[in-house]
Design a protein around this ligand. Structure first.
Ligand code: FAD
Ligand code: NDP
Length: 473
């Protein structure tokens, strides 16, 4: 006999879990709902603003889980961890033995940092995910003189930008920085702005065309088990206040290498010695391994659902796993449906929120026997963020992902001001990178979604003297 019997069960109090609860509260407020959260603090989304139909920006903060009771009077919050899921009898059991019988369940257990190999053997190799891990990082920053940053994605880029007063050795396996989000041209744009902070009037924009090629590769590594929800987009601002002005001399970037091994050493100025795959030895106080996320499937099942290649719970377009009535959303899920031509998965706030909203709609559809359609937001990949102090908006196949070699790049760049890249195939826009206050996001969104043939416009599509919007009004 279960302790609790509900229609809806949501596991996890990150952005995905909270969004799922909030959406169910709107769709089905009279129905019983339970949430299992390992932490009493949950994520809260506010100040939602739409730059265009699918381009959303919002703030994320932490709030007491109990605040969710205001939006859903029938919500039961269980402060515990899910231990086992019996999907045949539809019973979830928590660490402390509470049992919950459900009709539909959504797993939103997030991810954990995927750290470099052997990191579990040394507490000087750290990952960043939650408040505790940032506190540890801040402590190490205060006392350290040199850190090594490994990885070339969001966290590494933010740390390089936000930390001051400590020598940084940034080890990347690519030949340009911030590869997850940008291309070599944008990397150069950022590096030039990092070098000088001149107040000169920016030079006139230039337009050029060229072709590029892309590739992808992954390495196997080992987990560190960090709890709690992932941090908010502005987490690194806490680091910016730690010390004085960043100098160019503080940063060394080592390209095309990985960490080969490391060892703690005694009687030296630096307690850690890192060996790189090019044979170079780097002495440092600690290493930040900003090397991606691993889905957190940290409980047992009566039957294993299908997994994606990255170990996440494979979900269809309604966020349902291969086990009926078990849904998943956010970092724990792997999108396993056939994507729209201009969408792909990246583990981001926005996608966690979108997936969870979709899961809630589909769960509601199950209970009420109504059919649902996949949400429009999965038509176009969009991401709005800040990198190196600039607003960055990414749309569609912004790095030519999956387009092979047969596409064109159109660029407009004004040093220190803006960097605009359009990816075109057969004259139609497939993706774009917009850095700076370009005001182009809405037009770009329309051009990608409508697949208008832009051949007649030639390079004028990015000519700053021509208001291209006029053509489409
Ligand atoms: C440092 C950092 C900066 C980031 N910055 C950005 C950004 O600027 N923009 C952006 O779009 N994305 C950013 N991200 C990514 C974004 O934070 C994640 O994609 C998003 O938070 C995922 O949400 P989630 O709810 O799936 O997972 P999580 O936030 O990890 O939440 C999972 C929750 O489930 C709980 N849980 C886990 N296991 C169990 C269990 N067995 N039982 C009960 N509860 C459990 C955890 O305690 C946690 O509360 C950042 C990530 C990090 C780490
Ligand atoms: N502003 C934003 O939007 C931010 C988003 N985030 C999100 O938070 C999550 C965690 O961020 P982060 O850790 O930066 O993850 P990312 O997935 O963004 O980047 C991981 C980086 O580490 C590289 N990498 C992976 N394994 C190794 C290895 N063994 N040695 C060297 N390099 C390696 C990857 O290379 P490769 O690509 O070749 O595999 C990639 O460059 C991500 O989901 C990210 O999207 C985080 C911070 C800011």
């Amino acid at each position: 006999m279960a302790n609790l019997k509900v229609s809806y069960l949501v596991v996890g109090g990150g952005i995905a879990g909270v969004t799922c609860v909030e959406t169910l509260a709107i769709l089905h407020p009279e129905e019983s709902l339970a949430m299992i959260t390992a932490s009493s603090l949950v994520k809260n989304v506010s100040n939602v603003s739409f730059y265009a139909k699918t381009i959303v920006k919002f703030d994320v903060s932490e709030t007491e889980a109990s605040s969710l009771l205001r939006i859903h009077p029938n919500l039961n919050i269980i402060y515990d961890s899910l231990k086992t899921l019996n999907t045949k009898d539809k019973i979830a059991t928590t660490d402390s033995g509470v049992t919950i019988e459900y009709k539909v369940v959504c797993i939103c257990t997030g991810g954990i940092p995927r750290l470099i190999s052997d990191s579990n053997k040394c507490n000087r190799i750290i990952g960043i995910r939650d408040t505790d891990s940032v506190n540890d990082f801040k402590e190490k920053l205060k006392n350290g003189q040199r850190m090594v940053i490994v990885g070339n994605g969001g966290i590494a880029s933010e740390i390089v930008h936000a930390t001051k007063g400590i020598k940084k050795v940034w080890v990347i396996r690519d030949d340009y920085i911030s590869k997850t989000f940008i291309d070599p041209g944008a990397a150069e744009f950022f590096q030039n702005t990092m070098k000088t902070k001149s107040s000169k009037v920016p030079p006139a924009p230039s337009i050029l065309r060229r072709h590029i090629f892309t590739e992808d590769d992954k390495l196997i590594s080992i987990n560190k088990n960090l709890k709690s929800a992932a941090l908010g987009p502005d987490w690194y601002r806490k680091l910016e206040t730690l010390t004085g002005d960043c100098t160019e001399q503080e940063l060394e970037i080592i390209y095309n290498v990985e960490v080969d091994s490391f060892q703690e050493v005694n009687n030296k100025e630096f307690p850690l010695e890192v060996k790189l795959t090019n044979g170079k030895l780097v002495q440092c106080d600690f290493v930040v391994s900003a090397t991606g996320v691993e889905p957190a499937v940290n409980f047992s099942w009566d039957q294993e659902p299908k997994r994606g290649q990255d170990g996440g719970l494979a979900v269809n377009e309604y966020q349902e796993t291969s086990i009926e009535d078990v849904f998943a959303a956010g970092d724990v899920a792997t999108a396993a449906w056939e994507y729209a031509p201009h969408w792909f998965q990246l583990r981001l706030w926005t996608q966690a929120r979108q997936m969870a909203g979709m899961a809630a709609k589909a769960m509601h559809g199950k209970i009420t026997n109504e059919s649902v359609l996949q949400d429009f937001c999965f038509e176009l990949f969009t991401h709005c963020t800040t990198l190196f102090g600039y607003r960055v908006i990414l749309l569609g196949k912004y790095n030519g992902q999956g387009l092979g070699n047969d596409y064109e790049i159109l660029l407009r760049t004004t040093p220190k001001l803006e960097y605009i890249k359009f990816v075109l195939k057969n004259g139609r826009l497939q993706g774009a990178i917009l850095i700076g206050e370009t005001d182009l996001e809405e037009m770009v969104e329309n051009l990608i979604l409508d697949q208008i043939d832009l051949t007649p416009f030639g390079d004028d599509i990015l000519n700053p003297d021509i208001d291209i919007d006029d053509y489409f009004d």
